[in-house]
Structures are given as C-alpha cells and as structure tokens.
Ligand binder design. Structure first.
Ligand code: BDR
Ligand code: CA
Length: 312
C-alpha cells in the first residue's frame, strides 16, 4: 500500500480528493496533508484542509501549511471556480484541529530524510511550489522519493486557465520545471484524463444516495464545482481533477498512458505554463513522465464512491 504525503490547495475538487483519501482507510498510508497557495491563498487552503478532515472525523491527520506564493511570480488564484472561500457552495465551520508548527517544506524534507529511501510517494494536486522548494532546499531527497503522482498539465485537451495551460502548472511554471527535471519518477494526471471523468448527474446522484453525511456532502461539492464548467461540458458533467490521483493510487490499472518526455514553458507570455509532451518521441529527450491519457471513468467513480461510502 502506498505511503504518501498529499499536497493540496482546497479547492472543491481537492476536498473531494481528501475525502476519498480518508475513505480509503488502510489502503493508503497518509502521513500528512501539506497545503499550498493556489485556488485561494494558503491561509484559506490550510483552513479548508482541516475543515475537510473534521467532516471525515479525522482531526488526527497532521496538516502542515506551505508556501504563500509561487517561486517567482505573483499568485494567480481561481475564485472563479472555487469561490472566495475556496469551498463555496457547502456549509463551512471554523476548524478546531490545529495546524502543525513546522512549515510544509521542512516536513517534506525531514520526513523523506528519516524514511527508508524509495518508500514515500508525493501527491501534489495544486501548484508545485512546495515540492520544488523542498527539492531546491534539499536535493538529497530526490533519490529518496518513490515517485511523484500529480494532477496537472494538459496536452491534447488544451488549457483551462489559458488556451495553452492547465491551472496548477500555470500558477508556478518554474516549480513545475524543477519537478520535471528532478529525476524523480513522475506520473501525471493531466486534463487529458480528468476531462474524461465527468461528474454526470447520474454519478452525483449515486453519491447523494449514500446513507452517510460525507457522501451527500461530496455530491454537493461536485455540484458547486460543476456550476462553473457545465456550459462547456454539458451532459457528461464537469471534469473531476484531483480525485483522479487518489483513484490512481488505489487502482493504477484504471488508467493508461505512455512514458514520454514532458517539459514546461516558462518564458512565452502566450503559452506560459504549457506542458510540452513529446508523445511521438521526436525530441530525443529522455522520458521523465508516465503521462496518462485514458481513464476507465465508470471504474474511477465506482472506486471513489466506495471510498466515500466508508466515511461518517
Ligand atoms: C486543477 O486546478 C485547480 O483549480 C483544481 O483544484 C485542480 O487541481 C485543475 O486544473
Ligand atoms: Ca487542486
């Protein structure tokens, strides 16, 4: 079973991912949540991460706050999708569980240094700032990371924050470049995958019908998320991004892709944050990513629904 650190910017779809992760129980060894600025500022993502843990009655999960802004650029947020709170559309409370004292980056570095090499997987589902800073601060951790399984990037599907770029990569392209060149094995779940896994009304209805509190809550979160995307995606439902990482950890054979070279654009104003995927191997550059492009959508929803059903 994977031992992971989940790096997140909740965020509506992040919240569903965290719920699924907590619902997975013994199947995933979750060391901590680390938070980053992205969908909203890091104060809010750190608050929201703790709210989600409390929904699942898991105040024991350590939550470490991370970077306030990208490495080089001013923060770009996405209140247009997630609302001003980062979790608009569901009732929020002031969490009681504490934030940990340590900075997320130091937690990541210290944990990797203390663990047996090759045992910890990093799972970033927001901008890659914390991961890049950890790699810059402590390059010795790179060979100790088992792999990085991330939600981010897009190639065949086009961009969602610009015509060329996916949000997580766009917000901190320099961080993405550091991660992509780190030599750590990387699995990417880009928009090419997440757009195939639509939150259709039938799938949302199955969550609503769960007899617990968290299932219907997750359904409401997806409905709130969908409000912003439904015009473009119609009956298939809005894309489901971050929960795909959890589905991949639990059942990688739900996804298909190719080992390829991926680089990120950090200079052009027109295509900033675009992930350039050498799908046909024409560059001669070595493969650095397992780039996923296909998902068994029914399988993903069945799995996530199972996880959510196990929560209170
Ligand atoms: C990604 O951007 C964020 O808004 C979502 O939480 C997801 O991680 C999708 O592009
Ligand atoms: Ca996210």
């Amino acid at each position: 079973r994977p031992t992971i650190i989940f790096d997140t910017d909740p965020g509506l779809d992040d919240a569903v991912a965290i719920l699924a992760l907590l619902g997975a129980g013994e199947q995933i060894d979750l060391l901590a949540l680390t938070t980053v600025a992205g969908n909203v500022g890091v104060d809010l993502t750190s608050r929201n991460a703790r709210i989600v843990c409390e929904w699942a009655q898991r105040p024991d999960i350590p939550v470490y706050a991370g970077c306030e802004r990208p490495l080089l650029r001013p923060l770009v947020t996405s209140e247009h999708v997630h609302g001003r709170s980062g979790l608009d559309g569901v009732p929020l409370h002031q969490p009681e569980m504490p934030l940990q004292d340590k900075h997320a980056v130091d937690f990541i570095v210290d944990t990797l240094r203390e663990a047996t090499p090759g045992t910890i997987t990093l799972c970033p589902v927001g901008p890659l700032t914390n991961i890049a800073l950890a790699l810059a601060k402590a390059p010795d951790i790179a060979p100790r990371i088992k792999e990085i399984v991330l939600m981010g990037g897009s190639y065949f599907a086009g961009g969602n924050i610009s015509p060329a770029a996916e949000f997580n990569i766009f917000v901190d392209p320099e961080a993405a470049a550091i991660v992509l060149r780190s030599g750590v094995p990387i699995v990417m779940l880009p928009l090419d995958v997440t757009h195939q896994v639509g939150a259709s009304s039938a799938r949302i209805a199955r969550l609503h019908a769960l007899a617990n509190r968290c299932g219907p809550l997750a359904a409401d979160i997806l409905i709130s998320h969908e409000r912003h995307d439904v015009q473009r995606f119609g009956a298939n439902g809005a894309p489901l991004h971050d929960p795909c990482v959890v589905a991949y950890l639990l059942q990688p054979d739900l996804f298909k892709g190719r080992r390829v070279n991926v680089e990120v654009e950090t200079a052009s104003p027109l295509t900033l944050g675009a992930t350039v995927v050498d799908w046909w191997g024409v560059s001669g550059r070595p493969a650095n990513v397992l780039y996923l492009t296909e998902a068994d959508a029914d399988g993903v929803y069945a799995l996530l629904t199972d996880c959510l059903a196990r929560l209170p």
